[in-house]
Unconditional design. Structure first.
Ligand SMILES: Cc1ncc(COP(=O)(O)O)c(C=O)c1O
Length: 409
């Protein structure tokens, strides 16, 4: 029988972060004492007042379809938020609410990319950007950043990556997987390059904008360059800030109403509106006290400080202190040159990826789940999420120390 699935799926890979989380869960279910550092979601429950607002909405009959692009009241709450927090002004017709930031990004790529157009993606990148661009028949142009640049794109590297086919660039600060945060200065340097290239759109994935530590201020391209506002599309959502991953709510904002309209057209022919009563919960999230976010941030900072300190004591590991999100991305290039690692490579000659090899060793022998850096376009690194209790992190780090010390012997 002929192959039944469509060829376009051959271009993309299953989400590796979801895969490692599922594998760790399966091993746990088999009775293995796995410590998971794979989670891409906060380990806190959604705050009660947000859940109450959604329950009330259910009782009040918000159980039907609504406008494809979202409830007007939620759009108002989003506009107010952007005006008050970031001094960015949007009208309701410049917003679309989608089923997660993920769907907003997917709609966006399908709405703006023509065959062969290029999207600049700094690596390490969030796993889905590259595959989404390929599904839209565009070409991802990966620009490697490294541990020594703090995993941040420089103006020089950006300039070199731009061609006549560049349609867009995507920036993500704080970053998944590195936690890197661009300062106002760094954003301004990138903006200065982009201002010179008038046809390039700027996609700013701000999903971790509120999980920012050490009194840093958040900056994206539209905030640092008035000139670029009109070419920017902001993507954000409720998953990370309010621990609402399962609610599936995100949104996009752009002064270019034709982009928002195109996304709504696509959404209208695919999923229609995001869940109506969930949107009512999101209104409450934005308009009530933000103390729940502060509480979560305090826990993340404590865990980050512990994990970074512990990783910095591991042999062969270089670690940059993440400024935001809940991930840390150690570089293990030095460890990969140790006798122990070279021996491991010899024994597993069929595995060409260093980060997959390390992930497999940690999972099978030390019962620790991490995500291999190759999934994010950086094979000398791995991602650890600290969205897990401090006790778990301590236990997991003991095992990681044991593993790395054994490799480094
Ligand atoms: C960088 C980044 N962007 C977008 C998303 C999408 O999040 P959601 O679809 O839950 O809003 C995620 C989720 O992991 C992410 O890490």
């Amino acid at each position: 029988m002929n192959k039944i699935t469509a060829d376009r799926l051959n271009k993309i890979e299953p989400s590796p972060t979801l895969a490692i989380t599922a594998l760790a869960a399966q091993l746990k279910a088999e009775g293995k004492d796995i410590i998971g550092f794979g989670a891409g979601e906060p380990d806190f429950d959604t705050p009660e007042h947000i859940k109450d607002a959604a329950k009330k909405a259910l009782d009040e009959g918000f159980t039907k379809y609504c406008d494809v692009s979202g409830l007007p009241d939620l759009k108002t709450a989003i506009c107010d938020w952007y005006k008050n927090e970031y001094n960015l002004l949007f009208q309701k017709d410049q917003i679309i609410v989608s089923t997660g930031g993920k769907q907003a990004l997917y709609n966006l790529f399908l709405s703006i990319i023509n065959i062969g157009e290029e999207v600049i993606i700094p690596a390490p990148y969030w796993v889905s950007y590259k595959d989404m661009v390929m599904l839209a028949e565009g070409n991802p142009v990966i620009v490697q950043t490294t541990f020594t640049d703090g995993y941040k794109l420089t103006a020089d590297a950006l300039e070199k990556a731009i061609t006549s086919k560049t349609k867009a660039i995507i920036l993500n600060s704080p970053s998944n997987p590195t936690g890197a945060v661009y300062s106002q200065d760094e954003m301004q340097r990138l903006a200065a390059v982009l201002e010179k290239h008038e046809n390039i759109l700027i996609i700013t994935d701000d999903i971790y904008d509120r999980l920012l530590y050490d009194d840093q201020k958040f900056f994206n391209i539209p905030m640092v360059s008035e000139k670029l506002r009109e070419r920017s599309i902001i993507v954000n959502g409720f998953s990370k800030t309010y621990s609402m991953t399962g609610w599936r709510l995100g949104y996009a904002l752009s002064e270019r109403t034709e982009i928002i309209k195109a996304m709504a057209k696509l959404q209208g022919q695919s999923t229609s509106n995001a869940t109506t009563f969930a949107q009512k919960g999101a209104i409450d999230a934005l308009t009530s006290s933000q103390s729940c976010v502060e509480e979560m941030k305090r826990a993340f900072v404590e865990r980050r400080d512990f994990i970074v300190d512990s990783l910095s004591k591991c042999p062969g590991i270089n670690v940059v202190k993440p400024g935001g999100a809940f991930y840390v991305f150690p570089d293990f290039e030095e460890l990969s040159k140790s006798d122990g690692f070279l021996k491991l490579k010899k024994e597993n000659a069929e595995e060409t990826s260093h980060s997959k090899l390390l992930t497999k060793l940690l999972l099978e022998k030390y019962l620790v789940a991490i995500v291999p850096g190759i999934a994010f376009g950086y094979d000398n690194g791995f991602r650890m999420s600290y969205a897990s209790s401090l006790d778990n992190i301590k236990k997991g780090m003991e095992r990681i120390h044991e593993c790395f010390n054994n490799l480094y012997k």
